[in-house]
Design a protein around this ligand. Sequence first.
Ligand code: G2I
Length: 453
Amino acid sequence: MRSLRSGFSPASLLTGAATLATLGALLVAAPAAQAADTPLRDLAAAKGKAIGTAVTGSKLTGTYGDIAGAQFNWLTPGNAMKWETVEPSRGTYNWAEADQIVAFAQAHNQQVRGHTLVWHSQNPDWLENGTWTPAELSTLLQDHISTEVTRYKGRLAAWDVVNEPFNEDGTYRSTLWYNGLGADYIAQALTWARAADPSAKLYINDYNVEGVNAKSTALYNLVKSLKERGVPIDGVGLQAHLILGQVPATFQQNIQRFADLGVDVAITELDIRMQLPAIEAKLTQQAADYKAVLDACVAVTGCSGVTVWGFTDSDSWIPDVFEGYGAATPYDENYVPKPAYHAIATALGGTTTPPTGACTATYGVTSQWNTGFTGQVRIACSGAALSAWRVSWSFGAGQRITQAWNATCTQTGTAVSCANASYNGTVTNGGSVTFGFNGAWSGTNPVPAVTLG
Ligand code: G2I
């Protein structure tokens, strides 16, 4: 057995007696909570629903990539397919992140929702600041739609063709497109998208249209009239950027009225923000809110599924835009599933019960290079506490730990065991402790299931 202690304190070296004492203290710990749960995508598939997440291409490695691939059956590029990303200067295209996400989705047997072709935001400066005649604007938009949709033809299941066309009172938003082309830019955009890829479902997507209100009624009337005119429209996206405790009471009724028009309904950008700190009572309310949204979609046949706008609090737009708010997604910033995650699982028919009064250990790869990697394990307690801890796992692909810090780690064959250092055995109720290590790998570097205690 090799000892790979970090060198912080001799007292953290485990002797046989210390091991027994440590194990005694560990009896209060529940096992890692998420290890045996059925992935959300399997639960959703059994119900014929999509469960998706917005993703950032550069993050699709390590734990982020593992969760995105394992838990979700749909992906939406959060920013990668927007006009400013794909054509930052006129005629110069950058498809790198969009291509990467589509390839990741194909490799993980996932569908992709393209997002988004016509919007008032995140357009390149050359487009926003240009002076265009209506004819020029129309040509620019048609070329953009044709180029982007054709590039991914046959590979995307759906497109958010038009994003956020309405004001809160149901009038059309004043945008580059509306001001230059009139309201019919919407019908034209849909028609051009259909011509470029007849197999993709075409959506109009907006926010604050989850309940029955002036804005959602304007969207309803638009979809109804587009269908009557024979304009290609397959679905509506209800973004669902919600506030804690404020799921509209008419959510399901609203989904149903769109479904009754003969279009699909997708919840496309779900997140539920709260004022920080994210104390237990708020996380419990958030779980109830997530469940209410999922329940509403599950209850309506025409609701195709739910996409969360980032699955982890470390990849959410909320803190950047709403000061003092956050914790809006189903996983915390260290990839620990929150009560909201378990609520989604329950709404999708999962039978696992959320852990109560548990300490959990979560393993993540924080960086990786050709022969080495840095890993991290976080031990977090909620409704329980520890005075000492030990985390064990088995490496599945020959990985070896070469150095550890904030823990004493030993490796025998594939079996790794890491115990607290002298100074970090205590994990308070609501607190967490993190230790790290460097390792060697070749071939693959899969994330092992870890056991606490
Ligand atoms: O604003 C939330 C969403 C509302 N519905 C449409 C979505 O497309 C929109 O997504 C967000 C992205 O999640 C953010 O990541 O759209 C924002 C822009 O309106 C995105 O924020 C931008 C930042 O403002 C930029 O500073 C940054 O360079 O993300 C960019 C890329 O990280």
